[in-house]
Design a protein around this ligand. Structure first.
Ligand SMILES: [Zn+2]
Length: 301
């Protein structure tokens, strides 16, 4: 049985996961919570294994570690540090930059950034819970204008599409954001299909890219008037922009989707904050390990 870690208290967290053994034992409990299955032959019977946090398959003798084939595989800087990073990226309100993390945890910035990118892989939406009720959709630009840049080629801004499910008309209940190449219907359609229920009452501005989507979705188009309508949307976009600017300063456009996933992941779980660390850890155990050069593609698929 796993005694799940709950809450946002960093002192209690560090106390519980102070050693590699404590982390391994937690991961092993997760890995085999529904019993053993051999990744090699799919056998479900195990025989005696003397290596701690490993199991041996009775049928084929294959030995499997609790972290094999998960995002924790080959974490060289230590599981205690990996756990702390996951805690800071889930249970805190604004997460943390790679620079700050490197200083706090005592690893180099590149290592911190790579591990954060892996954590963001498991923060991707499951696409099982599309937005319902009153939903606002809008596009925006995010990122920095290069200093002294002249002409379009030098601008590092990325275009995004944002969908927000409103909380009784006032605030944000849940949201999804995707980086898009342009605001054409071809780019907007897959985003709608993945993240918005066909029953939802969607409000957008008068942009023509939304016209063809009206066949499938209930879309009401209104002219956008600053400070009058789309208030929840404008606040949501401002929060996202100031999070990126304030915490991360600047973001490589190739990896922007990971940051967008992270921002939405925390927003969408703000009412499940008690179990957010455990949820993320569980997702990391289920996510397949992915090579460094594959990460940016995994984000966007
Ligand atoms: Zn086997």
């Amino acid at each position: 049985m796993i005694e799940a870690f709950k809450g946002e208290n960093e002192i209690l967290f560090k106390d519980k996961f102070a050693t590699k053994e404590a982390c391994m034992s937690y991961l092993a409990a997760y890995r085999w919570k529904n019993g053993f299955e051999c990744p090699h032959c799919k056998g479900t019977e195990e025989s005696n294994c003397t290596i701690l946090y490993h199991k041996r398959c009775k049928k084929c003798n294959y030995i499997v570690s609790a972290t094999a084939n998960t995002l924790f595989h080959k974490v060289k800087f230590g599981l205690e540090k990996a756990f702390l990073i996951i805690f800071k990226m889930s249970a805190t309100t604004k997460s943390i930059s790679a620079e700050q993390l490197a200083k706090n945890v005592g690893i180099n910035r590149k290592t911190a950034l790579l591990f954060q990118q892996k954590v963001r892989v498991s923060m991707k939406s499951s696409e099982k819970y599309p937005l319902k009720g009153c939903v606002e959709v809008d596009e925006a630009f995010i990122g920095e204008q290069e200093t002294g840049a002249v002409g379009r080629g030098a601008v590092k801004k990325s275009q995004i599409v944002v969908a927000i499910e409103k909380n009784g008309g006032k605030g944000t209940k849940r949201m999804y954001v995707k980086k898009i190449e342009n605001a054409s219907s071809e780019q907007l359609k897959p985003f709608f299909e993945k993240h918005i229920s066909t029953d939802a009452k969607v409000m957008t501005d008068k942009w023509s890219g939304y016209f063809p989507l009206k066949k499938e979705f209930q879309i009401d188009q209104q002219k956008s008037k600053p400070k009058e309508n789309f208030k929840v949307m404008h606040r949501g976009i401002q929060q996202l922009k100031s999070w990126i600017r304030g915490i991360h300063h600047s973001v490589n456009p190739d990896y922007l989707q990971g940051y967008l996933n992270e921002f939405c992941y925390r927003i969408n779980r703000s009412i499940f904050k008690e179990s957010i660390f455990d949820n993320l850890l569980n997702r990391m155990m289920l996510a397949e390990p992915c090579a460094k050069n594959q990460i940016k593609f995994v984000y966007c698929n």
